[in-house]
Design a protein around this ligand. Structure first.
Ligand code: PLP
Length: 389
């Protein structure tokens, strides 16, 4: 289109946004977007309100307020098994999204190749493409989303600069095991690569799965950029508070690019999150896991009953379900037919693959208030799949 940059002429609107608009049109229940409309912990909310009232509404330092960096460093030590210097190795960012984008700007060059696992999280792929970086894909195989280490070795070329992982993963729910992380660490070290690890769902774990931070593996701290944030843990997707943990040689450049786009993360919300990290007890985090496990089970049962066989996720809060029983040639048509039939919005599987491998998949999000989730499940269970007609 006239006037647009080369990159901009190739973009398409996100399927998640499209489905959310369609859902609103039919006044349906939106299981498409990971908006996380559950309760914000009151300690987090109150501290942000008090900060606004007290007048701390100005820019902060570009790397975030010291109290939050210190609280993140304590959490990294206690939960992630990683000792980091809050002044030199922690950057508070405008969400994990702002952190990932600034880190890519600081560490990657146009033409570099970066390995991603698919099904992928769209923002990872699209952020790289927007910077003229070439995504290269390695397949996670359903239903347990394992990968073949040889496939990773095979796609590495002299232009490969980094590997991106997401654990627990959106959309598959995959939780990378220690063995898998060790095999990737071995490749990263041998080929002198950077590992980007997005750990935003680190507390959303089910069936006894444990979160392992890749940077805590021997020899990995000085090759790893850990990206995470509080959007999901504290249900504050609109507050835009995330962070990057990385070697101190990289924080200045990452902070520079983050500053160019965002200046800083929102000040009152930095204070709110600091209070949450300092005052919430371990029970808060274990309750979160229990609450979401219940939601996962409610949704998976309804999907099974509707003939949309789910792949049961061990982590995060999405379910990929087999949609072959629905009418339609593409996952987009299948998502639309499900929306029109039941009023439940999902995301077409094509949004998570670079080829047509997602056309028989739909993604459903269970980060919903229980009443909304039950409403959606009631609608799904009434679906008469062709097999049951
Ligand atoms: N990373 C992953 C894997 C996600 O699924 C999401 C949101 O859906 C984000 C990052 C966004 O995080 P933030 O709100 O901190 O930018």
């Amino acid at each position: 289109m006239k006037g647009l940059s080369r990159i901009a002429s190739g973009i398409a609107q996100s399927e998640i946004r499209v489905m959310s608009v369609e859902c609103e049109r039919v006044r349906g229940v939106n299981l498409a977007q990971g908006v996380c409309d559950t309760e914000v912990p009151s300690v987090v909310r109150r501290a942000a309100e008090a900060t606004i009232e007290a007048g701390a509404n100005q820019y902060t330092r570009l790397d975030g307020i010291p109290a939050l960096r210190q609280a993140i460093a304590r959490k990294m030590r206690d939960y992630n098994g990683l000792n980091v210097d809050p002044d030199r190795e922690v950057l508070v960012t405008s969400g994990a999204t702002g952190g990932f984008s600034a880190a890519c700007m600081a560490l990657l060059n146009p033409g570099d190749e970066v390995v991603l696992f698919e099904p992928f999280y769209g923002y990872h792929t699209h952020t790289l493409v927007a910077m003229n970086i070439v995504p290269v894909f390695v397949r996670l195989e359903a239903p347990d989303w394992k990968f073949n280490v040889a496939d990773v070795e095979r796609v590495i070329t002299p232009r490969t600069r980094a590997i991106v992982i997401n654990s627990p993963a959106n959309p598959s729910g995959k939780v990378f095991s220690r063995e898998e992380l060790e095999s990737l660490a071995d490749i990263v070290v041998r080929h002198d690569l950077i590992l980007f690890t997005d750990e935003i769902y680190e507390y959303f774990l089910y069936d006894g799965h444990r979160h392992i931070s890749a940077a805590s593996l021997p020899g990995m701290a000085d090759r790893t950029v850990t990206v995470s944030g509080f959007s999901k843990t504290f249900s504050i997707t609109g507050w835009r508070i995330g962070y990057v943990i990385c070697p101190s040689e990289w924080t200045t450049a990452i902070g520079y690019f983050h500053d160019l786009a965002y200046v800083c993360a929102p000040s009152p919300f930095q204070h709110g999150v600091t209070a949450g990290l300092s005052e919430l007890t371990p029970e808060f985090y274990s309750d979160l896991g229990r609450e979401y496990l219940e939601k996962r089970n409610i949704l998976c049962q309804a999907l099974t009953q509707a003939g949309l066989t789910p792949s049961i996720p061990p982590g995060a809060y999405y379910v990929l379900a087999d949609s072959s029983s629905l009418p339609g040639k593409s996952s987009k048509e299948k998502a639309m037919s499900l929306l029109n039939e039941t009023g439940v919005a999902s995301v077409p599987g094509a949004a998570f693959y670079h080829d047509d491998s997602g056309e028989n998949l739909l993604r459903f999000c269970f980060a919903k208030k229980t009443a909304d989730l039950e409403n959606a499940c009631g609608r799904l269970e009434r679906l008469r799949s062709p097999a049951s007609v």
